[in-house]
Unconditional design. Sequence first.
Length: 278
Amino acid sequence: MSEVILKIEDLHYSYIKGHEIIKGISLEIHSGEKLAVLGANGSGKSTFFLNINGVLKSDSGRIYYKNKLIEKSNLKELQKNVGIVFQEADNQIIASTVRAEVSFGPMNLSLDRQEVAKRVIEALNYMSISDLIDRPPHYLSGGEKKKVSIADIIAMKSEVIIFDEPTASLDAQNIYIFEEVLKRMSSESKTLVISTHDLEFAFRWADRIIVFSEGSIIADSDPATVFNNREVLNRASLKKPILLEVYEILLANSVIKEGGKPAKNIEEFKQLFNFRLN
């Protein structure tokens, strides 16, 4: 197993004294991991993200980045390396042009102008939006704004990237583009954490799934194990993904043999049936 890049111990957080939103969460996130975070709205996912990025200060608990305890003196190291792409791009975008928007993060790292300009160009090219560089971001489409908000984090060169409901309000074409960006990031060994209500996506994409309920983590395992736990599904109001149900029906009727991992996509189903790709 890869090294632990982010470790959280007994984290507590309250917006109002006496009303805990995060209730003693402990979690290890591994370098290069693809981690899906599930749970109902209001279960604490977004608040947890803001705590582990350093935007919010926890009431108690410890956060370690690469085995270093995060304190006030090295908080910027956490904020630099753990980036968040918010669900609503308008809540993240603050500048008057795309160039200024993507420059904001690197400038806060006290980089020289030449390095900032270089990072901006690299990030916009990465997201294939270099033609938008001088456009006002608030006049862009929803899909374009999402790309700009991702470019914000790419320019920071964060090692851990958190996406909070990234496909919300995106059309099918932009969801496809986003998933292609995720593939590229994974190939570059980025650590990816995604909060989503799309259970089919979580099942086929994630190495590991954690499930939130009322400020606590109630499940932490591989996708098949999580989605086969009826108690967890009921508590978090989740459903078993269709592909997993199909796999289990085929298995129960001896159409496929036991012993392998559940197929997560059509290509893996073809392999189960020994189909050859043309």
